[in-house]
Design a protein around this ligand. Sequence first.
Ligand SMILES: NC(=O)c1ccc[n+]([C@@H]2O[C@H](COP(=O)([O-])OP(=O)(O)OC[C@H]3O[C@@H](n4cnc5c(N)ncnc54)[C@H](OP(=O)(O)O)[C@@H]3O)[C@@H](O)[C@H]2O)c1
Length: 301
Amino acid sequence: MRAVRIHQFGGPEVLRVEEVAEPTPGPGEVLIRTIATSINPVDDKTRTGAIGDATPPLPLTLGWDLAGVIVDGGTSEFRPGDRVIAMSHQLATTRGTWADLVVLAADVLAPAPTTVSLTEAATLPLPGLTAVQTLDWLAVAAGDRLLIAGAAGAVGGLAVQLARTRGAQVHALVSREAQLPVVKEFGAEFATTDPADLADGGYDAVFDTFGAFVTDAVVDGGRYASIASQAGPVPDLSARGVRTTINQVVEDGAGLRELSGLVDSGALVLRVAESFPVREVRAAHERFAVGGGNGKITLTF
Ligand SMILES: NC(=O)c1ccc[n+]([C@@H]2O[C@H](COP(=O)([O-])OP(=O)(O)OC[C@H]3O[C@@H](n4cnc5c(N)ncnc54)[C@H](OP(=O)(O)O)[C@@H]3O)[C@@H](O)[C@H]2O)c1
């Protein structure tokens, strides 16, 4: 079977589509045929070596997101032919999803949404779980004033929509004018490209996806979560009674099941900017590096 692997760090040219042995599921595991996956910033950083010491030894199969079909469900609820999605914490487990066949623990899987293609579904797992777990840490609830920085991105776009389902009032900081209508369509009541437009102390919670560190915007006693590990720690705001964190996503099949249901109920819209066959994975990474699209770059198998 094919797998996208790296033997050294570098640009897209280090990505190799190789023939490797098929994996065999153990107890509690399932075998999935990959139909689609998507590129996340962590894949790009892993390829370049930017993850540093947290990178497992090379060679590595890349990929966190997975949408596919069950081949062998083992003792799980999943039967051959079932459409599923999963997030694999590839850096922790070395189980990259960019391969024709993937073995994962059954409890990190969920049924795929039925109302979208598996290519669209492949944009959901990592960004969706990151969004929901960070909103949970921020304890976002009805009536909260929430600021999302990087609101048009993969995580941010889902976070805007999820926060609206909780009844929060969402404001958005984005990088480009073209993103303003996108985040308003997702439910942001106010959107800007200029951090100076954000009221000091105007937000109960701030969800920061790119290291904006707009810490004046959070109210004293509020909550501030960043997911941009590479940007460094959130400044210490304890003197103002503000709780801070850099949130790290974890595998969670039950959480994915809820996200899948929200897609099918129409509460979550998924966005594919461009899709590439896996043999063109280098071109897909080049496109990812250019950025500027509305939605994620997907790979199909
Ligand atoms: N800690 C975790 O567990 C975890 C999980 C998932 C992701 N992450 C990290 O979180 C970050 C976001 O991930 P993602 O998948 O959402 O990436 P993404 O789709 O690239 O989204 C990032 C968004 O931030 C925007 N942005 C960047 N700089 C900006 C600025 N100066 N002002 C306003 N907006 C700005 C980008 O705008 P443009 O499109 O114009 O560039 C983009 O819309 C990445 O660094 C990723 O590695 C961490």
